[in-house]
Design a protein around this ligand. Structure first.
Ligand code: B12
Length: 213
């Protein structure tokens, strides 16, 4: 089984998008744990890609192929994460902030939140402050989830929270934040209601946010 995890991880690192679907299906049918596939193969593979990119060993096109490979594997896993029983634990709006195109982490968080019974509305990437506030006003979600992967875009989260306050919308919605450059300290500083390191923390956080409402 660990060979299958290694093979999928290697598939991500080397952008084997033609083989990834079969490898993922085979691992699932052999009983490899879905969380292991996500964490130890797909995310771990992307971490290696990030390191290689930092060292100039690979460039944006290679990162894109690996990202596509991960997305293909996640599409296979996605239907398996849904609970049979439909429960409504609350509505969450999720989006990646302006200037930021990274969406693998956000999409993964959405998949796990949906699996945990939340109704999640995906606003996509590169979302302006205006769009976030307009959607909060229109949809009135329980929670707004913000994702950022770049140190240059994480500051947008503060702008979103400040604008929600200016428009009198902040008290009606909990704001949770996440993404590789975000930490607890930053999350507190910008006045969010919580930070989640990964998708399972996002679920814990979302449950807590809904309880506090
Ligand atoms: C794939 C990737 C890309 C792909 C994105 C494809 C896509 N559709 O997402 C492409 C090729 C487009 C890309 C482009 C760029 N990238 Co890029 N990219 C990455 C890479 C390798 C992986 C990101 C990823 O998918 N990780 C896997 C997911 C599962 O993890 P995650 O996103 O962190 O999400 C998890 C948690 O953070 C959390 N989470 C995420 N969001 C949220 C939200 C909430 C509410 C909660 C609770 C939790 C949560 O849960 C998730 C699941 O566990 C990272 C390196 C890395 N290791 O992070 C670089 C990285 C983020 N990229 C980087 C850079 C520099 C760029 C570019 C500027 C490169 C360039 N010169 O053009 C552009 C920017 C484009 C833009 N404007 O956004 C840098 C950022 C450096 C910095 N300090 O800001 C990194 C760190 C690479 C590096 N080591 O230098 N990139």
């Amino acid at each position: 089984m660990s060979e299958q995890i290694e093979a999928i991880k290697d598939g991500v690192i080397n952008g084997k998008h033609k083989e990834i679907e079969d490898m993922t299906k085979k691992a699932i049918s052999d009983g490899v744990d879905l969380n292991k596939i996500i964490n130890e193969a797909l995310i771990a593979g992307m971490d290696v890609i990030g390191e290689k990119f930092s060292k100039n060993e690979i460039f944006v096109p290679e990162m894109l192929v690996s990202a596509r490979t991960v997305k293909m594997a996640l599409e296979i896993i996605k239907p398996l994460l849904k609970d049979e029983e439909i429960v409504d634990r609350g509505t969450i709006l999720m989006g990646t902030v302006k200037g930021d195109m990274h969406d693998i982490g956000k999409n993964l968080v959405i998949m796990i939140l949906e699996g945990a019974g939340f109704n999640v509305i995906d606003l996509g990437v590169d979302m302006s402050v205006e769009m976030f506030t307009q959607k909060v006003e229109e949809i009135k979600p329980d929670i707004l989830g913000l994702s950022a992967l770049l140190t240059t875009t994480m500051t947008e989260m503060k702008n979103v929270i400040e604008t929600l306050e200016e428009k009198g919308l902040r008290s009606g919605v909990k704001v949770m934040v996440g993404g590789a450059p975000i930490d607890e300290k930053f999350a507190k500083e910008i006045g969010s209601d919580g930070y989640g390191k990964d998708a399972s923390e996002a679920v814990r956080l979302a449950r807590g946010c809904v309880e506090k409402k």
